[in-house]
Write a protein that binds this ligand. Structure first.
Ligand code: FES
Length: 71
């Protein structure tokens, strides 16, 4: 993993719960398929919900990567 990828993984996605990108991606990799399940996997809950759009983008990215890998 290059330095910029590590920095991105350390960025906060959810400031209310202190969830970093790597935690959100780990929850997605473990099967979370929507923001509510990501919060649950991270033992947290939506508060302001400003992060939900970013979580949805990450879910779309993971789905796209899986679809691309399956081709
Ligand atoms: S930023 Fe995630 S609930 Fe507020």
């Amino acid at each position: 993993m290059v330095k910029s990828e590590r920095a991105a993984q350390a960025m906060y996605v959810c400031n209310c719960n202190g969830l970093r990108e790597r935690e959100v991606r780990a929850a997605i990799a473990a099967g979370a398929d929507r923001p509510a399940k990501i919060f649950k996997a991270c033992d947290s809950a939506a508060q302001c919900a400003r992060c939900v759009c970013d979580m949805r983008k990450m879910l779309d990215e993971e789905r796209e990567a899986l679809r691309y890998a399956a081709e």
